[in-house]
Design a protein around this ligand. Sequence first.
Ligand SMILES: [Zn+2]
Length: 96
Amino acid sequence: MSEGNIRRAAEMLLRGATLLAQPCPYCSGVRVMKDGRALCASCGSEPENVPSPDPEPSVEQQVLELTRQLGSTTDPALRQRIIGEITRLSGEMATR
Ligand SMILES: [Zn+2]
């Protein structure tokens, strides 16, 4: 954590910056937002575009992944769980 960044963030707050609800994507530090720019008080990064978290995989992708897992496991209990999950997801696909 750097003194300079904290001071800068504090100065921005004094000049009307707002605290961001989303933490810094790099260090999870507190960020302040001013004039459309976010400054992290911990690492000092000012990302142009805040990376968004990965979107949820589609139902089709989940079924594909489960099918792959099903093919690579011989554990009956696990297979049962995977098949149950595939059945559930298939139902979800059918209702759309
Ligand atoms: Zn940071």
